[in-house]
Design a protein around this ligand. Structure first.
Ligand SMILES: Cc1cc2nc3c(=O)[nH]c(=O)nc-3n(C[C@H](O)[C@H](O)[C@H](O)COP(=O)(O)OP(=O)(O)OC[C@H]3O[C@@H](n4cnc5c(N)ncnc54)[C@H](O)[C@@H]3O)c2cc1C
Length: 430
């Protein structure tokens, strides 16, 4: 039998955005209740533990600059790693970003790639492919960024917009490129100087201080929302009325469960899609299996686009004398995953040997597969317009929406925190 709960403010989703919304309401003296579909709190920032090895849900390092976020994150004891990453390309390691670190390449290759940059065409930019060719010239873009886009975004760059780029992709600068073509002594060009990670407890430890202050009900998956009656129904048979609703669940899923949504909004929401991430987590029976905190993989034979080392993030993530890696393999409704978990593991084993990280299978204690259904929001051409139509309608019907999948934007955890905080402020202002 359905049981009625009566919180005034209901928040859907206990990721950092929903938790931040509840936390900031609480700071202002207002109670709220979070309903979370999963059995655990934290959303993408949660982690899992297998035989003493802790793995986050994908890379997760903090480069937050916002004082509001730092105030919550910084008291947790953490390590600040230098923001240096690497790339596996064509049987060799190059420092990231590749175009600024070409010294290890043969001289003739460097000449071709740099000539392409000098002669880059001054083209009109209609999509990400145009942007890449305009930035780097055709030879550099064709060798690295264009194929990598298909691995990471699961679409050809010609089908992606450019609204998401911001400072995420390093612009080409001829002086930087020339410098890196003459020496390996290059500075880090990453958009952050340090990458922070808790000493213990995985990335989620950064948000534990907020979790402990808010009211979260797990295993409450919202399955129906009646906007006229202001009521949410859950898969477990319970329901909740609300005065104010903050959503952080993915927009396309949200629209599916609201009653009486206009057709044009349903149609727009149905076109929104995100990547899914298959994680292959690897436990090694030896320490220091590889020296890089994280690295990008350009090699087309290797399914993973990126990998990182949980054991470098924190020694607390592995038992003494051991190490670990986690590989990220991307797919989407536009380019669905065709490999089974066993095939992905076999491909990762091949990758580890090809990259010279292991010699024998018996250096591995276990490989584990898990899929994150919602990874990165895909900015296919025209997406922002369709998304804004959905967001405008939600605003009209009084639903606040926040977070990476609620705003439907490329938000890092600090930005999702700020998004949840803004949603709470809107309610407080009302
Ligand atoms: C591969 C990858 C790497 C990343 N690396 C970094 C990084 O290094 N640094 C960084 O700062 N950020 C990183 N991020 C981004 C970061 O994970 C997100 O910005 C942040 O976790 C988003 O939080 P959120 O609360 O908006 O969404 P989520 O964490 O997804 O939370 C939404 C919650 O809603 C719940 N939910 C869904 N449907 C329902 C329903 N019907 N009813 C109730 N609850 C529901 C979900 O279970 C989930 O818990 C990365 C993300 C990915 C995918």
């Amino acid at each position: 039998m359905s049981q009625e709960r009566n919180p005034k403010i209901v928040i859907l989703g206990a990721g950092i955005a929903g938790i931040s919304a509840a936390y900031h309401l609480k700071k202002a003296g207002i109670d709220s209740t979070i309903f979370e579909a999963n059995s655990q709190k934290g959303g993408l920032l949660d982690n899992f533990l297998i035989d003493g090895f802790r793995f986050d849900n994908a890379i997760h390092l903090s480069f937050a600059t916002e004082p509001e976020v730092r105030k919550v994150f910084d008291p947790t004891p953490h390590t600040a790693h230098p923001a240096v990453s690497w790339c596996w390309d064509n049987e060799q390691w190059l420092k990231h970003p590749v175009q600024n670190n070409m010294f290890p390449l043969e001289a003739s290759q460097r000449v071709d790639l740099i000539s392409g940059l000098v002669e880059r065409p001054n083209i009109e930019i209609n999509n990400y492919q145009d942007w890449l060719i305009y930035q780097y010239g055709e030879p550099i873009a064709t060798r690295w960024q264009l194929p990598y886009t298909e691995k990471y975004w699961t679409l050809p760059a010609s089908e992606l917009g450019i609204g998401w780029i911001g400072n995420r992709v390093r612009r080409a600068d001829i002086k930087e490129v020339l410098h890196g073509a003459f020496t390996t002594e290059t500075p880090s060009y990453y958009y952050a100087t340090e990458m922070r990670y808790p000493k213990q407890g995985g990335y989620k430890a950064f948000i534990e201080p907020m979790i402990s202050e808010v009211d979260i009900h797990c295993e409450y998956k919202a399955t129906k929302i009646f906007i006229d009656n202001k009521e949410v129904q859950f898969e477990n048979g319970e329901s909740s009325s609300y005065d104010q609703l903050i959503n952080t669940m993915p927009l396309p899923e949200l629209i599916k469960i609201i009653d009486n949504v206009p057709d044009n909004v349903c149609e727009a929401a149905a076109t929104l899609f995100a990547t899914s991430v298959d994680l292959i987590s690897v436990a090694f029976n030896k320490a220091d299996v590889q020296p890089h905190l994280w690295f990008y993989i350009y090699d087309k034979e290797i399914l993973a686009a990126r990998a990182y080392s949980p054991s470098i993030k924190s020694a607390d993530n592995v038992p003494n004398g051991h190490s670990s890696l986690q590989f990220e393999i991307y797919s989407s409704p536009k380019n669905p995953q065709t490999h089974s978990p066993e095939e992905m593991k076999a491909n990762t084993m091949m990758a580890l040997k090809k990259m010279g990280l292991i010699e024998n299978d018996n250096e591995i204690l276990f490989m584990h597969h898990k899929q994150l259904p919602w990874g990165n929001v895909v900015f296919d051409l025209g997406m922002e317009e369709r998304r804004d139509l959905v967001l405008d309608w939600l605003k009209q019907v009084g639903i606040q929406t926040a977070g990476r999948f609620g705003e439907w934007a490329y938000l890092w955890s600090n930005q999702a925190f700020m998004s949840g905080m803004r949603a709470s402020q809107k309610i407080l202002n009302n």
